[in-house]
Design a protein around this ligand. Structure first.
Ligand code: NAD
Ligand code: TYD
Length: 337
């Protein structure tokens, strides 16, 4: 099988490619990635000599490029490419609409033009919006209620994917997954930011009162879920994936501090994120009952593995944290940490 993976130099996409070629070494993967600040070919260094892997630097919004790549006998498109950070979407939203909405449309059109190529769209639990403490976890039937520019752009793409199924019969599936963590996670997101700050002897910036809740899933569990949907999912359907990992940010921070032998004095409470969603949680019963998928890595195990990875891969994150990142960090944290 030949796959076109978009955004395969990013966090989840690179873990996906590494996972896929380990499990299906006879498949061929073309990785199309623009290499924005979040894309990093170091994530794929182990594939340098792999004959079944090819990297193309390019933009998913470039229809001619995307069409040409897909016309070369692609059997399956797995679409990860996106602008992915909520805080950046609050600073400037234009790239989010361009890549997340127009880019998805360009891929859908090219998939349609080439005889209806199987399309799996990677989406997020954030499209469902804010959950109260007493609210039931999101399911595939939850209404869409995105509340920040990132989640709004992802929701728009989900709707386009479904529209191409209903109007053009494009064979699509969608996965909406909760917060991922693991190796190669860009240190602008909470877990890798906190781990690397602590490794640098810096404090960790916790928004508001730290009582917001996320449902953390180890990245390999997410990618195994995507694999199950590709292999066994029903065309036209959406599957929610979650990690059984609901925890408040403050509790999670304390777990990280403990695993890294640091005290609570390393926490710096800072001004809250505007429009900060209180809680996300996923009910993955459909994926469990229909596909036999469930997460296998507990938060304790995944966190310990992730901390070890950052300890053993200093060069990777020190490179990432240099250059433009410094500007972002200064602007976002205003000298507080
Ligand atoms: P990331 O920011 O680490 O990686 C995104 C990748 O997309 C980068 O390699 C970047 O260079 C590439 N890219 C951006 N714009 C592009 C364009 N116009 N053309 C081609 N490539 C482009 O993101 P991630 O955390 O790996 O997320 C991957 C996908 O998973 C996204 O669609 C995101 O919405 C979704 N998702 C993420 C999470 C999470 O917790 N990180 C959870 C659920 C769903
Ligand atoms: P993040 O990793 O940005 O993912 P998302 O916003 O997509 O859920 O943030 C996870 C949680 O951590 C979220 O509630 C915001 C919070 N957070 C902080 O408290 N401090 C930070 O510096 C960051 C980046 C996030």
């Amino acid at each position: 099988m030949k796959l076109l993976v978009t955004g395969g130099a990013g966090f989840i996409g690179s873990n996906f490619i590494n996972y896929w070629l380990k499990n299906y070494p006879d498949d061929f993967i073309v990785n199309l990635d623009k290499l924005t600040y979040a894309g990093n070919l170091e994530n794929l260094k182990d594939l340098k000599n792999n004959q079944n892997y090819k990297f193309i630097k390019g933009d998913i919004c470039d229809f001619d490029l995307v069409n040409e790549l897909i016309s070369d006998k692609v059997d399956l498109i797995v679409h990860f490419a996106a602008e992915s950070h909520v805080d950046r979407s609050l600073m400037s939203s234009r790239d989010f609409v361009r890549t997340n909405v127009e880019g998805a449309l360009s891929l859908l059109d090219a998939a349609k033009n080439n005889g209806g190529v199987r399309f799996h769209h990677i989406s997020t639990d954030e499209v469902f919006g804010d959950l109260s403490l007493a609210g039931k976890a999101f399911t595939e039937k939850s209404p869409y209620n995105p509340r920040n520019p990132y989640s709004a752009s992802k929701a728009a793409a989900d709707h386009l994917v479904r529209a191409y199924y209903h109007t053009h019969g494009l064979p699509v599936t969608i996965s909406n997954c909760s917060n991922n963590y693991g190796p190669y996670h860009f240190p602008e997101k909470m877990i890798p930011l906190f781990i690397t700050n602590l490794l640098e002897g810096k404090r960790v910036p916790l928004y508001g009162d730290g009582k917001n809740i996320r449902d953390w899933i180890y990245v390999d569990d997410h990618n195994r879920g995507v694999d199950f949907i590709i292999k066994k999912g029903k065309i036209g359907e959406t599957y929610c994936l979650g990690g059984n990992g609901e925890i408040t940010n403050i509790e999670l921070t304390k777990k990280i501090l403990k695993l890294m032998d640091k005290g609570d004095e390393m926490i710096e409470f800072i001004e809250d994120r505007p429009g900060h969603d209180l809680r996300y949680a996923m009910d993955y019963s459909k994926a469990k009952n229909e596909l036999g998928w469930q997460p296998q890595i507990s938060l304790e195990q995944g966190l310990a593995q992730t901390i070890d990875w950052y300890k053993n891969n200093r060069q990777w994150w020190q490179n990432v944290k240099s250059g433009d990142y410094q500007e972002y960090y200064k602007k976002q944290y205003q000298g507080n940490v």
